[in-house]
Write a protein that binds this ligand. Structure first.
Ligand code: ZN
Length: 137
């Protein structure tokens, strides 16, 4: 069964993330395509798909897209999945869960997962390496 979209919870999540990182809250739009998770730097907007898989919940996808926004704000330019992004995602995950092992890194991009795994190892966390074949955008 596909997870239900919990819009109120997502709005609250976005509010908490924006407050903590002291950023203007971006617009959140829900779109009806499977590849709809994205951050639009010019519009300060995040989109999430109406439907998403079990492995990458709306909550997880929002953390990922918010990290794009945070990395953009920190560096002054839009960031794909390089270091400024993964450092931002790490900070977002640490704020949200307080524990990096609770984010499903194996469902994110390979280089993002690699960074997280090596940082977790360095910082003494238990590391999981069960990758899935398909990485949703
Ligand atoms: Zn991304």
């Amino acid at each position: 069964m596909r997870p239900k979209l919990k819009l109120k919870a997502l709005c609250l999540q976005l509010f908490k993330l924006s407050s903590y990182f002291e950023l203007t809250r971006p617009d959140l739009r829900i779109v009806e395509t499977d590849t709809g998770a994205a951050y639009y730097p010019g519009e300060r907007k995040i989109t999430l798909p109406l439907y998403t898989g079990e492995k990458r919940s709306h909550e997880v996808r929002l953390l990922h897209e918010f990290a794009h926004y945070l990395a953009h704000s920190r560096t002054g330019k839009p960031q794909l999945h390089r270091l400024p992004f993964v450092e931002a995602l790490w900070d977002v995950v640490m704020f949200w869960y307080g524990d990096p092992t609770l984010y499903p890194w194996h469902t994110d991009f390979v280089k993002v997962e690699k960074y997280a795994l090596s940082r977790m190892k360095k910082e003494g966390y238990a590391v999981h390496t069960a990758r899935v074949d398909q990485v949703p955008r």
